[in-house]
Design a protein around this ligand. Structure first.
Ligand SMILES: [Zn+2]
Length: 617
């Protein structure tokens, strides 16, 4: 029944449920949709169990990871190891998704009773997952227990700290490190990919050795490789015969019991094939004991066919990203070498040769996440590589705002603001002219003359501010590419040295809720500051909603500061913060304004450059 109603709503509004939520301000209707939506989210997320928390007061992207056991001892004592692993995976993915989507908050319900963050900590396995992902955990994450809930505040990923564009849990690109197989960390993967991109996949051709190379008594890796090649080409092997070579960059030897053979080969193939293909090619032999003696495994023909099939399917499924034009498939050959004991067939050795690949071979998709269309989703290998390699292409894709399409901005306070920076024209509040600048001047004059009480209200609000700017707009929401709410009189953004940015919303409609509107605007502003403006420090945007009565009376309807608590570091603001925030704001300007700014800078440069030219002459 409920699903049918949802379907109807979707058809009437022609939009996703998430978007309906922010369109309707009626509490009961919102609650209904929210309930259905969360249900839908859980169904689609399946095992992952991460949903977007739409019930939050925070003007943030909040990811709900469900119930989690916390504390070092409690996590150690967990009997269900699978559950513990899954909880860790969920939280890591949520952290990764928020890092890549402009920051946000993770909300977990604490599973174990009597948990105290102060006394019990988080849990070593979780800490390790965080430090594997981040260069320095405290720079990115803050933890806070609030009753039975645990919050992780995640700052946006920043290019400066790591020289990587995005956060990654695992590249799933493997390499061969002499006799072991290792997954490349994100930095190593970046080097590897850049090299492949630079050479366009041509670097896989091996150099020809000079024929006049002197042969003395030296042993090197190429000898082992040549011996392995000879071994691979043999048609008959003798039981208990000893190998003449050992494991190396090009050779891996395994001995699996016959009962688990198929399963084990299926498990190891993606990593080994990825490693050999990404390094220098090589051989995998299965059916030799620890003393490098040929044992072989007993098998029927049907089993060999099955093994061959598993090999083919497993290698066929590996994601490959090509930088070359040829886009060849993974070059391999799978064989079964017959083992004879005193003339009679007693078993087989599984032999796989993998050639070095022209480009990048993954064991599976890279493990990197983001929030897209209101869902936590993995990046495809193509997206991941683009963001990793393309230094020009900063990861700017924003989680699509729940407030529908992006209309072309009509009024733009930013433009006025930048104009003001170059050619100061601001409104000064009586008694506060030294502390506060209100821009743009014309809009402020209009608003203050039309709405009795607004100027007085602003003066009172700014009383405690030491120094700052208040940037007015008819609709900050519209300026950020969201929908306008025509019942809103105006919004104003305060950037000051004393506290986090505050987004004020003023309206003249009694008995109506504007919380959804102002929360969505503040959340989008924060994300754009990080993803487009490049401001990736810890920051929160507070919201405050005021009702202006026609008689000139004013009353505060909502103050986010009284509803939520942020970690201490989110409240720290300095003169530098103000400067950086202003710069970030100028970066989220629409194009035409940037051109304006560029022209101004150019003129300035030209004036400075002229005397220099003259001097050089
Ligand atoms: Zn290629």
């Amino acid at each position: 029944m409920a699903m049918k109603i949802m379907e109807k709503i979707r058809n009437v509004f022609h939009c996703e449920a998430e978007r309906i939520l922010y369109v309707c301000e009626s509490q009961s209707l919102r609650n209904f949709i929210r309930k259905e939506l969360l249900l839908g989210n859980c169904l689609t997320a399946g095992k992952m169990n991460i949903s977007i928390d739409l019930d939050t007061n925070y003007a943030e992207l909040v990811l709900n990871v469900g119930r989690v056991t916390l504390g070092e001892n409690n996590r150690k004592k967990m009997k269900d190891r699978q559950l513990s692993k899954q909880q860790n995976e969920n939280i890591s993915r949520a952290v990764c998704a928020l890092l890549n989507s402009g920051g946000g908050v993770i909300k977990a319900e604490v599973e174990n009773e009597d948990y105290s963050y102060k006394k019990d900590g988080i849990g070593l396995d979780l800490e390790n997952s965080f430090s594997d992902m981040l260069p320095f955990v405290p720079n990115f994450l803050d933890f806070m227990q609030n009753g039975n809930y645990f919050h992780i505040f995640v700052k946006s990923w920043s290019l400066e700290t790591s020289s990587l564009q995005i956060a990654t849990l695992s590249s799933n690109l493997y390499k061969r490190d002499v006799t072991s197989v290792k997954v490349m960390n994100a930095s190593a993967a970046l080097e590897f990919l850049k090299d492949k991109e630079k050479t366009g996949g041509r670097a896989y051709l091996r150099p020809k050795l000079p024929t006049t190379r002197v042969c003395v008594d030296v042993q090197e890796e190429s000898n082992m490789e040549a011996l392995a090649a000879d071994f691979f080409n043999r048609t008959e092997l003798n039981y208990k015969e000893k190998l003449t070579f050992t494991e190396s960059t090009h050779v891996e030897i395994k001995n699996f019991s016959t009962t688990k053979l198929l399963q084990r080969i299926r498990e190891i193939l993606p990593q080994y094939v990825s490693a050999f293909a990404n390094t220098d090619g090589g051989y995998l032999f299965v059916g030799l004991n620890e003393d490098k003696e040929i044992i072989g495994f007993k098998s029927e023909n049907s089993c060999l066919t099955k093994l061959e099939e598993v090999t083919k399917n497993s290698i066929g499924k590996l994601p490959v990203h090509h930088f070359c034009m040829e886009k060849g498939t993974i070059d391999y050959l799978c064989k079964f070498l017959r083992v004879y004991d005193k003339g009679s067939l007693c078993g087989y050795v599984y032999a796989l040769r993998v050639e070095r690949s022209c480009c990048a071979v993954f064991a599976k998709k890279p493990d990197s996440w983001h929030v897209k269309d209101n869902r936590v989703e993995p990046l495809t290998e193509k997206e991941w590589i683009q963001f990793m390699v393309d230094s020009e292409r900063v990861y700017k894709e924003l989680p699509s705002p729940a407030g529908t399409s992006s209309p072309v901005s009509q009024s733009c306070p930013l433009r006025e603001y930048i104009n003001f920076k170059i050619q100061p024209r601001s409104y000064h509040l009586p008694g506060l002219s030294e502390k506060i600048t209100c821009t743009p001047e014309t809009l402020c004059r209009n608003l203050f003359s039309q709405h009795e009480g607004l100027e007085q209200l602003i003066c009172e609000e700014m009383g405690s501010v030491t120094k700052g700017s208040l940037i007015f707009s008819r609709s900050w929401s519209l300026d950020l590419g969201l929908q306008e709410n025509n019942k809103v009189l105006c919004d104003a953004l305060l950037i000051s040295q004393d506290k986090p940015p505050v987004l004020y919303t003023f309206h003249m409609v009694q008995d109506e809720e504007f919380k959804g509107y102002s929360t969505q605007t503040a959340q989008t502003l924060k994300q754009k500051l990080a993803k487009i403006g490049g401001y990736t420090e810890k920051v929160c945007v507070m919201t405050k909603i005021f009702y202006l009565s026609p008689e000139g009376k004013t009353s505060c309807q909502y103050d986010l500061n009284l509803q939520v608590i942020y970690p201490e570091s989110y409240y720290r603001t300095t003169a530098q913060t103000v400067k950086d925030l202003e710069e970030a704001l100028s970066n989220i300007l629409p194009k035409e304004n940037q051109i304006f700014l560029f022209v101004c800078l150019f003129i300035l440069f030209f004036h400075c450059a002229r005397p220099v030219c003259f001097f050089l002459r």
